[in-house]
Design a protein around this ligand. Structure first.
Ligand SMILES: NC(=O)c1ccc[n+]([C@@H]2O[C@H](COP(=O)([O-])OP(=O)(O)OC[C@H]3O[C@@H](n4cnc5c(N)ncnc54)[C@H](OP(=O)(O)O)[C@@H]3O)[C@@H](O)[C@H]2O)c1
Length: 298
């Protein structure tokens, strides 16, 4: 069985990937502050692994480590740099020694948000510390690893109780009859974690490399996304309240449009990333498969 090492193993994507990949791979997750036990996977603290490891030689490394709180990154640029960029240096040395395939999870927050559906080779101009450190991370990966895969993405899915996803937060609030305010003038093209996982497997199996946008086929406002979620889960749409990103003066500046052009991935591996509604429907498939139950127990 091939081996996969997942960093950020207690995070939203890390837990999901560990559960989903453990039937195909001998899986080891690296953790940081939060201790976690995921069925069929081993886990170890990052710092211990890099000091002691000489037995787990992964075929594939997936780096999901990041400080993802945009407000925190802005106030703490040094910590953002340390986690989002410098952590990679440990991984790169280890990766090169073992000749592992390296998949790095980047973001859709790399542009200034003035154009829709940006492509992989368009000029980038991140406008906050989170975006700046994530772009720098890509440069470090590209300069020090041969044939890495870098995925620029924005995703949603079922998260553990301690780490809710964007879709979880909407569903949780509305179920509790609480209003939730969502931007009607901020656009994105999020993909389900279910699809992102399949794309990761295909890219690895087909020995691809390069930068890929991984997104749904269309762009949607955060507000309309909330409405669509409510429609799928038969929840009260009136609790989704539209608001404007222009009025969010207390928030760190964010790009207004982070939608991605996904033609390269669609053509490259012959995978249909689907519409927003196809991706929301994946949440229901995750419910049917029991994935949600496995994640919520963590
Ligand atoms: N969520 C999204 O919609 C989204 C959108 C675009 C891009 N992304 C990218 O996707 C990746 C995964 O995101 P996510 O939402 O799964 O993030 P997350 O839930 O915040 O998980 C990040 C993980 O990184 C770990 N970590 C933080 N600092 C660390 C350090 N210094 N050393 C080792 N581990 C550390 C955290 O562990 P502790 O909690 O124990 O500290 C956590 O498990 C990130 O690269 C992010 O930039 C996410």
């Amino acid at each position: 069985m091939k081996k996969v090492l997942i960093t950020g193993g207690a995070g939203l994507l890390g837990t999901n990937l560990a559960i989903r990949l453990s039937s195909n791979f001998d899986t080891l997750i690296l953790t940081n502050k939060r201790k976690i036990n995921i069925p069929l996977t081993s886990s170890m603290k990052s710092e211990i692994f890099f000091k002691k490891n000489n037995y787990f030689k992964p075929d594939l490394i997936i780096n999901t480590v990041a400080l993802t709180d945009i407000e925190f990154c802005e106030k703490n640029p040094r910590e953002a740099l340390e986690t989002n960029v410098n952590y990679i240096n440990f991984l790169l040395n280890f990766c090169n020694k073992n000749q592992s395939k390296f998949i790095h999870i980047s973001t859709d927050h790399l542009s200034n948000g003035s154009t829709s559906f940006i492509r992989e080779n368009d000029a980038l101009n991140p406008i906050n510390q989170y975006g700046k450190t994530k772009l720098l991370a890509e440069k470090v990966v590209n300069s020090k690893i041969s044939n890495p895969i870098i995925l620029r993405t924005n995703f949603f899915g079922w998260g553990p109780l301690y780490r809710r996803s964007f879709s979880d937060r909407i569903i949780d609030n509305v179920k509790l009859k609480k209003k939730i305010h969502l931007f009607e003038d901020a656009f994105f093209s999020p993909i389900s974690i279910r699809r992102l996982h399949k794309i990761i497997l295909l890219l690895f199996r087909e020995k691809k490399s390069g930068i890929f946008n991984v997104s749904s086929n269309n762009r949607i406002s955060k507000y309309d996304f909330g409405l669509q979620l409510c429609e799928y889960f038969n929840l009260e749409k009136d609790l989704i309240i539209p608001c404007s990103i222009e009025n969010a003066k207390n928030l760190v500046l964010r790009p207004k449009d982070t939608s991605l052009n996904n033609k390269k991935i669609t053509n490259g591996i012959g995978f249909d990333c689907g519409s927003t509604s196809n991706n929301i429907n994946d949440l229901i498939n995750d419910l049917k498969d029991g994935i949600k139950d496995e994640i919520i127990k963590l």
